[in-house]
Design a protein around this ligand. Structure first.
Ligand SMILES: [Zn+2]
Length: 408
């Protein structure tokens, strides 16, 4: 059978290692201007400077930037409707806006429409892989997985576990939740480009019995992911201390339930201490830093450098709908501002790496996504170097200046 072929031309930008803090000139950056990516059946087979033979159909994007597709490591598919909801912090925001929006996803038709809208929006923002929370309803996870499979997307998701402190229509129970998880795992985990994540909303909305069940699922299959929230907001941290007095910290609730491992993705992690960071490192778990959401909900400033210095992996996430945009570029800009408030400087390289190769590594998907190399799946995005009148004008001015400078 004939293979589907395409050769894409453009300015290729990716990473061969992790850029260091403050390094504006980094050897980890790989920039290959005016190169060709040769793609066969959706996989990169060669990267080269010379144009391919006449037997290669071409997509000529000369003068444009080609990046690996972005990886958003924490985002809620049913929350497009609540982006930018006014005036509250986490716990109030959940009750007032988010839970009512999620309740609608019990309806399979709503879940299907919502999943299609959400995934198309991700792709439109250059995000080709994501770790996603649908809702507590099994149909919402089914709809999301099916829609991702249709689009050939790399998706990690799972039915949300919530058996207390949530309104009617959004609670499960341990027995039914376990049955639903097992059914979804059997149907979707490892199929096409999909993987299942045991999905604990956050410690307050699961009973100890449900957390233990989630831990058992993880223990049974080391290829499963786990996703949840941790230490996002101070009131939330206080509440967890009341609910789990036996735990040393919020993170320790998850550690005790067997939920921390190399495929655990924990959103936020703002209010952690050194012991927590050491636990993350030992487990190989990652923090999905969600700067837009942290700013919007006034949750706090994440200590990226502290986490990294302690050896914990950090990736970037939009956390829509707490976050206000699905754009990973806007997310990076917000991450820069959060670090600036903490008197740190985030380089563009560090941010871009975290949203591409860094996330792929942290998710154990480095062999598949995150860089532009032979053997990787061709998840990529073509960008204009500049868009809109302001940036275009500035870009042209800079280009003219550089020409003038180089001509003495
Ligand atoms: Zn979230």
């Amino acid at each position: 059978m004939m293979k589907t072929r395409v050769a894409i031309r453009g300015d290729l930008l990716d990473f061969t290692a992790e850029p260091a803090w403050g390094e504006t000139e980094s050897s980890a950056v790989r920039f290959r201007p005016d190169h060709w990516l040769l793609i066969e059946d959706g996989r990169i087979v060669a990267v080269q400077a010379q144009a391919p033979g006449a037997d290669w159909p071409r997509a000529d994007h000369a003068g444009r930037l080609v990046l690996p597709g972005f990886v958003d490591t924490h985002v809620h598919s049913p929350q497009l409707d609540v982006i930018g909801s006014y005036g509250s912090e986490l716990l109030d925001w959940l009750n007032t806006y988010t839970f009512p929006a999620e309740r609608r996803y019990a309806d399979a038709a709503v879940a299907q429409q919502g999943a299609a809208l959400f995934l198309d929006a991700l792709l439109a923002h250059g995000t080709t892989a994501a770790v996603v929370f649908p809702t507590v309803h099994k149909v919402s996870a089914d709809a999301l997985f099916a829609a991702a499979a249709e689009r050939g997307m790399r998706l990690i998701a799972g039915k949300v576990l919530m058996d207390r402190h949530a309104p009617d229509g959004l609670r499960d129970d341990v027995v039914q939740a376990e049955a639903d998880c097992r059914e979804l795992i059997a149907r979707w985990h490892g199929r096409e480009r999909l993987a299942y994540a045991v999905t604990v909303r956050f410690a307050p909305t699961s009973t100890p019995a449900q957390l233990a069940m989630a831990g058992r699922l993880c223990a049974e299959d080391a290829t499963l992911y786990m996703q949840t929230h941790v230490a996002e907001n101070r009131d939330e941290v206080r509440w967890v201390r009341e609910l789990f007095p036996e735990a040393r910290s919020y993170l320790d609730v998850y550690a005790r339930a067997g939920l921390l491992h190399g495929r655990s993705v924990l959103a936020h992690g703002i209010w952690l201490d050194d012991t927590d960071r050491a636990v993350l490192r030992a487990a190989g778990a990652q923090i999905a830093h969600s700067p837009s959401s942290n700013l919007f909900l006034g949750s706090g400033l994440f200590g990226w450098r502290e986490a990294e210095a302690a050896g914990a992996a950090v990736t970037l996430a939009s956390d829509v709908g707490g976050g206000t945009s699905l754009s990973m570029l806007r997310t990076m800009a917000d991450a820069y501002k959060v670090q600036a408030m903490a008197h740190q400087r985030l380089t563009a390289w560090k941010a871009l790496h975290a949203a591409t190769r860094g996330a792929a590594r942290a998710l154990a998907l480095e062999h598949e996504i995150g860089s532009l190399e032979a053997g990787r799946i061709a998840d990529l995005c073509v960008w204009d170097w500049a868009a809109g009148p302001v940036v275009s004008a500035a870009w042209r001015w800079r280009a003219a200046c550089m020409r003038r400078c180089s001509h003495g």
